[in-house]
Design a protein around this ligand. Structure first.
Ligand code: KG4
Ligand code: ZN
Length: 346
C-alpha cells in the first residue's frame, strides 16, 4: 500500500544547501522544502566557453576559490547564521568527481563545525524537486501530487520516472544515446553557435521555420526510451550538403528543436496517461527551453510543474528542496560519505 504523506505532516526545517556537480558553484537557504530564502550561483560559463565545454580540472579549482564566498553571501542574504539552520545538504552525485568533492567536503566541514546533520543529495532528484520551489511571499506552485511522472532533461540525462511518493523513483525509460541537452550542445557546435548550446539553439530558432527540414523522431514504440543521436546525424547531413555555403542556421535550429520538443512532450503525456498520474513534473537544464515549456503548458490534460527559469539550470535551491525531504524522512548521512560521480536515481 502506498502511504502518501502530506506536506503539512512534515517537520519544519531550514536547509543550507551546496551544489558543485559541474561548473556552477551554488548555495541556497530554503524553508520547509519549498520556500526560497536566499540563493547564489557563481557561474563559470565564461571561463569554459573558451574551451567549448566544461574543463573538469579548471571547474574544480574554480569551486575551491568560490565556495566559501558563495556560502557566506547566501547566509548573509537570508540574514541567517549557521545556528538558524537545521541541516546541511550537498550534492553527492552524479557529476564531475573533482567538482563534487569540493562541495561535499565544504558541507562536511560546516556540518561538523556547527554540529548539524549532513544530507547527501542526488543531483537528479534535485532537478525534480526544483519544480515545487517558490519565493517567500509569492503564490506557491501546485503541491506534489502522487503518482506523478517526472521528465528529467539535462546535459547528462534524459529519463522518465514514475513517482508513487516522495523520494521514490521507478525509471520507466531513458535515452539510449545522447541526452537532450547534449544533443542541443552538439547541434549548436555543428551550426557554429556558441556554448552553452541549448540557449544558443533556442535563440537561433526564433526566426526559423520549424517545418523547413523533416528531421526524424525516434519514437521507440513500446518503450519509454529516447534516442537523439539519429536526429543529430540528420542535422550533420544537412550541414554537409551545404558544402561550405552559408547554412540556413535558423531553419535548421528550429526544425531540430521542434523534433526534440515533439518527442519529449508526446512520450511524457503518453506515459502520464498510461500510469494515470495526477501531475507531470519537468526538470533539468533543458526545461528552460521556451518551446518545450509552452508545449507542456498548452496541453491541458495534466497539471504540469516546471521550475521557474532561474531554477532550471544547476542551482542549490533544488538541492535544498530534495535535501529537506530527505531530512524530514530521516535520511541523513554520516560525515564519512564519499561522492558518487555515477548515481542512478533508481
Ligand atoms: O541541468 P543542467 O544545468 O546541467 C546538468 O545537470 O547537465 O543542464 C545543462 C543542459 C545543457 O546541455 C544546456 O545546453 C541545456 O541544459 N539547456 C538548454 C536550455 N538552457 C540550458 N537546452 C535547450 N534550451 C534551453 N533554453
Ligand atoms: Zn543539472
Amino acid at each position: 500500500m502506498v502511504i502518501i504523506i502530506s506536506m503539512t505532516d512534515l517537520k519544519p526545517a531550514r536547509i543550507l544547501a551546496i551544489e558543485t556537480s559541474c561548473d556552477e558553484t551554488a548555495a541556497a537557504v530554503l524553508e520547509n522544502g519549498r520556500v526560497l530564502l536566499a540563493s547564489t550561483v557563481a557561474s563559470q560559463m565564461d571561463i569554459h566557453a573558451r574551451y567549448g565545454g566544461v574543463y573538469p580540472e579548471v571547474a574544480a579549482r574554480q569551486h575551491v576559490l568560490s565556495i566559501l564566498p558563495v556560502i557566506k553571501q547566501t547566509l548573509a542574504q537570508a540574514h541567517f547564521v549557521l545556528s538558524d539552520i537545521n541541516a546541511i545538504a550537498a550534492t553527492r552525485g552524479p557529476g564531475l568527481a573533482g567538482s563534487l568533492v569540493v562541495g561535499l567536503n565544504a558541507a562536511k566541514g560546516l556540518a561538523l563545525g556547527a554540529g548539524l546533520p549532513l544530507v547527501g543529495v542526488n543531483h537528479l532528484e534535485g532537478h525534480i524537486y526544483s519544480a515545487w520551489v517558490y519565493d517567500a511571499g509569492n503564490n506557491p506552485p501546485l503541491e506534489p501530487q502522487f503518482p506523478l511522472i517526472a521528465l528529467l532533461v539535462s546535459g547528462g540525462h534524459t529519463e522518465l520516472n514514475l513517482m508513487d511518493n516522495h523520494l521514490s523513483y521507478k525509471r520507466l525509460g531513458a535515452t539510449l544515446d545522447d541526452a537532450a541537452g547534449e544533443a542541443f550542445d552538439k547541434v549548436a557546435r555543428l551550426l557554429g553557435l556558441p556554448y552553452p548550446g541549448g540557449p544558443s539553439v533556442q535563440k537561433a530558432a526564433e526566426g526559423g521555420n520549424p517545418t523547413a527540414f523533416k528531421f526524424p523522431r525516434a519514437w521507440l514504440e513500446g518503450t519509454w526510451n529516447f534516442s537523439f543521436s539519429g536526429l543529430k546525424t540528420a542535422v550533420l547531413k544537412e550541414v554537409k550538403k551545404m558544402d561550405g555555403r552559408p547554412l540556413p542556421v535558423s531553419d535548421l535550429a528550429a526544425s531540430f528543436q521542434a523534433a526534440v520538443v515533439n518527442v519529449l512532450v508526446i512520450k511524457t503525456v503518453n506515459a502520464a496517461r498510461e500510469y494515470k498520474v495526477k501531475q507531470i513534473v519537468v526538470g533539468g537544464g533543458v526545461s528552460a527551453n521556451l518551446p518545450l515549456r509552452n508545449a507542456f503548458l498548452e496541453q491541458t490534460e495534466f497539471p504540469v510543474n516546471i521550475p521557474r527559469l532561474s531554477l532550471c539550470t544547476d542551482n542549490a535551491s533544488m538541492i535544498a528542496a530534495a535535501g529537506y525531504f530527505r531530512y524530514a524522512f530521516g535520511h541523513t548521512d554520516r560525515l564519512e560519505i564519499d561522492i558518487l560521480p555515477t548515481w542512478p536515481l533508481s
